[in-house]
Design a protein. Structure first.
Length: 534
């Protein structure tokens, strides 16, 4: 290992590996915290190396400390779970004495704010003089393994890498780009160098620069292992730049070369989705789902297969094949991953075909599985509960949502409605006051009785409708009618909402109810005159 100021992380990985490793060799690159004493407490050999912006040089210094026949290289923020520790221990007696093998382990990178990825890295290597790392940054051991004719085999052992977080990722990317550009200016203009620069640009969201350096890399490439992956990166950049037709051409070129790539067919589906071509997207995702998943040296989602099925379901829904989408989501749930997202998607799809009870069950399951707040999930569940007249349960969902999004208009209007239904007048008035502030209305309007409160709901609803939010205005119209079923202006508001949504039948029905509740005929006639062909 090479380390610097890793006192917080180092104990975790050394505890994981101490019973497996015959020796621990750590090179410190000028730590100023308690890293060295901590390493010594685990019996590690300690080497010192001044930091010279060269990861390969530091790693090679750590190799020079080692005396065993095979080496496992790690980082301080790596972790090895019990299953994988046992697998490493079982591998040791089977390592070849000829020192002519190296092993790729799965590296599962995970953090709270960046999606997980998995890739293969050559982590177990023979201790031979000619086996050394190359490259100041993104140091590579594979070139020297190839020169030594050492066969590299993948093995089902996973190292969890926990060091990637959004803030630190950008900081590291800037550092890496500086080092890579320094190497480039020193004359290292290889295909792989350009590719690493391109990858670093994506982390910095410099998508045009990424495409530029990818083009340079491809011009120089021979048989580099990143070539397949480069088409996923370039297509993603083009989509983020909203260059949809260019993205279509790019992914088409990639698929022409790598016809059996599940990853590239998945990206073709994403391009079609962005273009609004949902039938074509479904065909691409279906093809991707039927292909074997390929893990190589560059990071992809560890549950790409589930992601493909999720996107297939969305494409099927968009193309009107809701039953097929439901079957796809149900199939994807068997994978055991992305359960919250899949239950949410399944619940919404079931609701669209009227299976409300099953939809509610799935949304409740999604809510129970959620580790972060998802307002769409809260609102979808609350609406279904309202549709079933389960106002008390919906009320609790809105109250919970309000703690996360206190100014969300969808939550506030829903809370007005369920507060009326459950006789929670405190939250009726508090929610209306917030909505009035948002609408620029006077929040000090005097309300003396239920009729006044119903009229207030209507007035706030009118303001919300004028801002282009018919569904939220509709909740206030319903609340007003619930407060006072003689409130004819609530039915007029419902008619205005229906007309806004071009629902003529509902417009007429609401106008008829307004008349029966005592609405002046001229108010009704005025609205009827706007309806064509009457």
């Amino acid at each position: 290992m090479i380390v610097k100021n890793e006192e917080k992380n180092l104990g975790g990985i050394l505890s994981d590996i101490k019973e497996v490793a015959d020796e621990i060799c750590i090179v410190d690159t000028e730590s100023t915290d308690g890293t060295i004493p901590l390493a010594e407490s685990f019996g590690a050999k300690i080497g010192h190396f001044p930091w010279v912006d060269d990861f390969a040089a530091a790693r090679n210094h750590s190799i020079a400390l080692a005396s065993t026949d095979y080496l496992l290289w790690l980082d301080a923020d790596d972790r090895v779970d019990e299953r994988d520790r046992k697998a490493l221990a079982n591998l040791k007696p089977n390592l070849r004495r000829q020192k002519d093998r190296a092993y790729m382990l799965k590296i599962l990178s995970s953090s709270k704010d960046i999606p997980d990825t998995v890739c293969y890295q050559s982590r177990i290597i023979p201790n031979r003089d000619a086996v050394r790392f190359e490259g100041r940054i993104h140091e590579q051991i594979l070139p020297s393994l190839k020169r030594c004719a050492i066969k590299v085999e993948p093995i089902d052992i996973t190292i969890r890498h926990t060091g990637y977080h959004k803030g630190t990722q950008i900081e590291k990317a800037r550092r890496n780009l500086d080092i890579l550009m320094k190497e480039l200016h020193e004359g290292k203009d290889t295909a792989t160098q350009y590719f690493f620069i391109a990858m670093t640009c994506t982390a910095l969201e410099e998508y045009e620069h990424c495409l530029e350096y990818l083009a340079n890399a491809r011009q120089k490439h021979t048989n580099e292992d990143w070539y397949h992956f480069s088409y996923a990166i370039s297509t993603d950049c083009l989509l983020k730049l909203d260059r949809i037709e260019d993205a279509r051409k790019e992914i088409g070129q990639g698929i022409a070369i790598f016809k059996e790539s599940s990853l590239l067919h998945y990206y073709l589906g994403l391009v079609c989705m962005k273009a609004g071509q949902f039938t074509e997207a479904a065909a691409a995702f279906k093809k991707a789902a039927a292909m074997p998943q390929r893990i190589d040296a560059y990071p992809i989602s560890p549950d790409l297969g589930t992601t493909i099925l999720l996107q297939l379901g969305k494409a099927l829904e968009k193309s009107g094949r809701v039953s097929d989408a439901i079957n796809t989501y149900t199939r994807a749930l068997k994978s055991g991953t992305q359960q919250k997202t899949l239950h949410l998607a399944l619940g919404i799809a079931l609701a669209s075909i009227g299976d409300i009870d099953t939809a509610i069950a799935n949304l409740i399951e999604a809510k129970n599985l959620a580790t972060t707040t998802d307002i769409l999930l809260f609102l979808s569940l609350a609406k279904l509960l309202r549709d079933k007249k389960m106002y008390a349960q919906a009320h609790q969902i809105y109250l919970e949502a309000l703690t996360y999004e206190p100014h969300d208009i969808r939550t506030l209007t829903g809370l007005v409605l369920t507060s009326v239904a459950t006789n929670d007048m405190e939250h009726v008035t508090l929610s209306l006051e917030t909505l009035m502030y948002q609408s620029g209305m006077d929040p000090n309007r005097e309300v003396q009785n239920i009729e006044d409160l119903a009229y207030l709901c209507v007035d706030v609803g009118k303001s919300i409708l004028n801002r282009g939010n018919p569904s939220d205005a509709g909740k206030l119209a319903e609340a007003a009618w619930m407060l006072d079923n003689n409130c004819w202006i609530a039915q007029l508001l419902s008619a205005d909402i229906a007309y806004f949504e071009n629902n003529i039948q509902s417009t007429i029905s609401s106008l008829e109810m307004a008349l029966r509740a005592g609405a002046p005929s001229f108010e009704v006639e005025q609205r009827m005159s706007l309806i064509p062909n009457l």
